[in-house]
Design a protein around this ligand. Structure first.
Ligand SMILES: Cc1cc2nc3c(=O)[nH]c(=O)nc-3n(C[C@H](O)[C@H](O)[C@H](O)COP(=O)(O)O)c2cc1C
Length: 143
């Protein structure tokens, strides 16, 4: 079964992280399906044991409000016991959006592959991409 990597990205930074997460999943011998959140279905995603979600810090330390926020809201009642990897890029903040998102998913019962998600400042550098790949490999081990 393939592991979905669902993301929203305005300028490509979180998308690059999504591709690296998928590389890690594939490196572990599993299949990965990378898709934009506009192409994803929350109920179908919740049918998977393990998946990854990516979104940059938007608004004021928030998830992107028109697509990602409603998607996450729809997922919340469905994620109990699921292995979930959160990732995303940020700019001038300190990662507050990710701390809030991780807390929210843990409260919904998700088992996070990285306690505080994987974050990258603006364009992910090689170190950040490697962290995405490593987390993707770990996620594949929990599927
Ligand atoms: C409308 C808007 C709001 C943003 N709000 C924040 C913020 O609250 N905190 C922060 O650290 N970065 C913020 N950023 C910066 C983005 O998180 C950062 O540029 C990120 O790399 C964008 O990722 P993407 O290329 O995947 O869209 C904001 C950017 C935009 C366009």
């Amino acid at each position: 079964m393939s592991i979905s990597v669902v993301y929203w990205s305005g300028t490509g930074n979180t998308q690059a992280m999504a591709e690296a997460v998928a590389e890690g999943i594939r490196g572990a011998g599993a299949e990965a399906a990378v898709m934009e959140v506009s192409d994803a279905d929350a109920a179908a995603l919740a049918g998977e044991n393990a998946f990854a979600l990516g979104c940059p810090s938007m608004g004021a330390e928030q998830l992107e409000e028109s697509e990602m926020e409603p998607f996450v809201e729809a997922l919340e009642p469905l994620v109990s016991g699921k292995a979930v990897l959160l990732f995303g890029s940020y700019g001038w903040g300190d990662g507050e959006w990710m701390r809030d998102w991780a807390e929210r998913m843990k409260n919904a019962g998700a088992v996070l592959v990285r306690e505080e998600g994987v974050i990258a400042n603006e364009t992910p550098d090689e170190e950040a991409l490697e962290e995405c790949r490593a987390a993707g490999r770990e996620l594949a081990g929990k599927a």
